[in-house]
Design a protein around this ligand. Structure first.
Ligand code: ZN
Length: 445
């Protein structure tokens, strides 16, 4: 295929725009290729976006009825919303969530999802269900199962085994568009034993660990009460924080914890919209190192929107954040995906790189240059401009429609599945788990 007529952003950081044709051959950007000409006159072509932290299991939660008392803090949000929803999931709802979430991601220009999955009553094989669904719509994914002790030691073991089996199947080449990490929930729901099992598996499979860190003060309070350590120090001592690992949130860090993260080379996924929505506070971004990527934490997968939220949230505090800041963070997300897929050029449109790219139908009302792109990204571009999407050289969105599946059908199925999921959810009470350093709650099931 030859993509012709467009302004092509070959790299987001540093920004570089060319007007040359893009040749795609055997899934990659090529110097010469021939084949069908794909007319993109007047369009802007950008590298596919990477969402560095999400939970597709929450895709069917939108608008879910809620009969309990409204949560008053982050822990209650988990106990009364997410830890009920995850227990209501079965294989069909996991599949429907992945299909509809994968669809929305592609239609908003996201070509890779880094997912953190939990379905405590349907653990075995759940990552294969996700990989198959994402493969069906044609999106790249990095998957892991959330190991936690909050649902008992058997489920913690089953979570470790789910990660182990999936990592093995990925290594065997079963899922070309998927890679695996070892999923760990967060320090405050993990025993030393479960954490050690995650680290042992990560060592054995040469994988990174995807974990939540200091999203809320409760994570830190628990680490201090149980171990006399800050959460990052506990994870570091256990061997979780390596340059292959990914830590989501990092909101309540001390300066020393931030230093520790920076030294370890761990990638931090910053999720500004989720943090605002949960009223957990602001990550100390200025203290963190260069490995800082953006995630949505399950609030869709629209990285244009997340970039904008991240930017405006920073600007509210001061004018020293340049418009290019989100592009740097998005590039870091691509670098993370590039390491996981062993594709160092992922996220750039250059010869040899996997052809993951997005065609935006964007009539720039002012000149589009290397210098101005960052401002167009913040003040002009949006997912509404996404016209076509290629993943691994395949046109998976063409003229705003998915090419591999019938999206209307998929949406109807998701709606049916959400009805069933919401019914099951009604019968599940608040989760009884409480970390140390917080009062226990009564009346869980
Ligand atoms: Zn999360």
């Amino acid at each position: 295929m030859i993509i012709s007529g467009a302004a092509v952003v070959t790299s987001l950081d540093p920004v570089h725009i060319t007007r040359d044709d893009v040749h795609v051959k055997d899934g990659r950007i090529a110097a010469e290729g021939g084949g069908e000409r794909h007319d993109c006159s007047g369009c802007l072509v950008v590298p596919g976006n990477v969402c560095a932290h999400t939970h597709l299991y929450s895709a069917l939660a939108r608008g879910m009825p809620y009969d309990l008392e409204p949560p008053e803090d982050f822990l209650q949000i988990l106990q009364r919303v997410w830890w009920r929803l995850d227990r209501a999931l079965d294989e069909d709802s996991v599949r429907a969530s992945a299909l509809v979430g994968g669809m929305e991601a592609l239609l908003s220009g996201t070509t890779t999802l880094v997912d953190h999955h939990a379905s405590p009553n349907a653990i075995d094989g759940s990552l294969d269900v996700l990989a198959a669904a994402f493969g069906e719509v044609g999106i790249r994914s990095v998957l892991c199962y959330e190991v936690t002790d909050r649902d008992g030691p058997e489920r913690a073991d089953a979570g470790v085994e789910e990660n182990r089996g999936f990592l093995r199947r990925v290594a065997e080449g079963r899922w070309p568009l998927a890679r695996g990490m070892v999923g760990a929930h967060a320090s405050f729901t993990l025993s030393d034993e479960a954490l050690a099992a995650c680290v042992a598996l990560a060592d054995e499979a040469r994988a990174g660990i995807h974990v939540h860190l200091a999203e809320d003060q409760a994570d830190e309070a628990d680490a201090e009460a149980r171990f006399g350590l800050r959460a990052a120090h506990r994870l570091s001592e256990a061997g979780v924080l390596t340059d292959a690992s990914l830590a989501a949130h990092a909101v309540h860090l001390t300066r020393a914890e931030a230093e520790l993260l920076r030294e370890s080379g761990v990638t931090v996924a910053h999720n500004p919209r989720s943090n605002m929505n949960n009223a957990v506070g602001r990550a100390p971004l200025a203290w963190l190192g260069p490995r800082l990527a953006l995630g949505t934490d399950g609030i869709g997968a629209d990285m244009f929107e997340e970039s904008r939220a991240a930017f405006f949230r920073l600007r509210e505090d001061g004018l020293d954040t340049p418009a290019g800041w989100p592009l740097t963070a998005l590039t870091e997300g691509s670098a993370l995906a590039g390491r996981l897929f062993d594709e160092p050029a992922l996220g750039r449109i250059e010869v040899g790189a996997p052809a993951d790219l997005v065609v935006l139908d964007y009539a720039a009302p002012t000149p589009l240059t290397d210098h101005s792109l960052a401002s167009h990204w913040i003040f002009g571009l949006s997912a509404a401009s996404v016209r076509d999407v290629l993943v691994g050289g395949e046109l998976v969105v063409h003229d705003r429609k998915l090419t591999r599946v019938d999206s209307d059908e998929l949406v109807l199925e998701a709606r049916e599945e959400s009805r069933r999921l919401w019914e099951r959810l009604e019968r599940i009470g608040p989760h009884p788990f409480s970390p140390s350093g917080t009062p226990a709650i009564a009346g869980g099931t």
